[in-house]
Design a protein around this ligand. Structure first.
Ligand SMILES: Cc1ncc(COP(=O)(O)O)c(C=O)c1O
Length: 365
């Protein structure tokens, strides 16, 4: 990324050589993303991240269809990230009709229920590829099969899946698919939307002709170069890293279940992205664990971070039917490419000590 902040500081819209080397860098990044997800470069639209990609996908598709108000029905799930949930809420305020499919106790969206929710006026379905709290992978191919042959646009928020599992947009059957760079070591504030050739979509911002008239504004070249490079590295490392990280995660979970009493893992029985572990620790507050671990050098999050629902606990935990007293003790551990067996060993030991100490002083029995 560095040269594009300094000596290669051109505008990709300019005809001179400084501009053109920036244009080439953007098109190289476009090819790198397309290659990672088996799309055509022309099907990649750069954005400022997952949130904007979701907005462009959902609002842009409805705009292109010219559908609004009560003749427009859209479907999502109860476990989506705020970056989808709140778009749906805002569209509902404008009169659009929306339905939400529920998930089972493992956190998997109920495909049968989704099929029952489809109406003649349904124009768009938006379901995430992997949940941001549980890591549970959703039945995207099955949903695509149900939608195929109907005039319904299928958007997939793949922000938590790209860079963690192999994603092939053709195999998945998505029409629109959102990507965020910082979820797989790219720069923050950068992302992309895959738009399958022929999918109706219009820009949501007004402005210039950049990004095939879908996302106006001068391109953020250093960040796009970073996103492209993250995709290139991901494509070469992913198969091996997936296996390694999954092995570490499974070992960590086995150790935790063996050594720490009264804990359980959400979604252990279903497919999850390899790096995520959502752990219910009964009789303690997740935030207390997070702060204690932080003081000891470990960065994890409370399961409910940035997604507070009823009772101050996560909406996703509510959706899978977890009681509020258990939801308050959910921690999320995410492993990455730098983590090793040694990290796992010391983490489990330190976590065991922290949980014991907190339980010893807790008034909850
Ligand atoms: C599933 C999901 N969708 C969308 C987003 C929003 O992405 P961004 O922060 O790049 O806007 C996130 C961020 O955590 C996410 O986990």
């Amino acid at each position: 990324m560095n040269p594009y902040f300094s000596e290669k500081f051109g505008n990709a819209g300019s005809l001179h050589f400084l501009g053109q080397e920036n244009r080439e860098a953007i098109e190289r990044a476009r090819k790198q993303i397309a290659s990672l997800i088996n799309a055509l470069p022309r099907e990649i639209i750069f954005t400022s991240g997952g949130t904007e990609s979701n907005n462009l996908a959902i609002r842009g598709a409805l705009r292109a269809l010219g559908r609004s108000g009560s003749d427009c029905h859209i479907i999502t799930s109860t476990i989506e990230h705020y970056a989808v949930q709140n778009i749906f809420k805002s569209l509902e305020k404008d009169g659009v009709k929306a339905a939400r499919v529920e998930c089972d106790s493992a956190g998997v969206v109920k495909v049968d229920m989704l099929e029952d929710l489809i109406r003649a006026e349904t124009v768009l379905v938006s379901i995430m590829l992997a949940n941001n709290e549980t890591g549970v992978i959703q039945p995207i191919k099955e949903i695509a099969a149900i939608l195929s042959g109907r005039d319904i646009i299928f958007h997939v928020d793949a922000v938590q899946g790209i860079g963690k599992i192999m994603v092939d947009v053709k195999e998945l059957g998505a029409d629109l698919l959102s990507i965020s760079a910082h979820k797989f070591y790219g720069p923050k504030g950068t992302g992309a939307l895959y738009v399958k050739k022929g999918t109706p979509i219009k820009a949501v911002y007004s402005g210039g002709a950049q990004e095939f008239y879908l996302r106006p504004g001068t391109e953020n070249v250093p960040s796009l170069v970073g996103l492209g490079e993250a995709c290139r590295i991901s494509e070469s490392m992913l198969p091996m890293e997936m296996e390694r990280i999954c092995g570490l995660r499974d070992r960590m979970e086995e150790d935790i279940l063996k050594k720490i009493p009264d804990v359980s893992i959400i979604g252990k029985e279903v497919s999850r992205v390899p790096n995520t572990s959502d752990i219910i620790v009964s009789r303690v507050e997740a935030e207390a664990i997070v702060l204690n671990l932080s003081a000891l050098g470990f960065c994890i999050s409370s399961g409910s971070a940035c997604s507070t629902g009823k009772n101050g606990t996560s909406a996703v935990m509510g959706a899978i039917g977890l009681k509020p007293e258990l939801a308050r003790g959910v921690i999320r551990v995410s492993l990455g490419i730098r983590n090793t067996e040694r990290d796992i060993n010391s983490f489990v030991e330190v976590l065991g000590g922290v949980v014991k100490r907190l339980r010893d002083i807790s008034p909850i029995r």
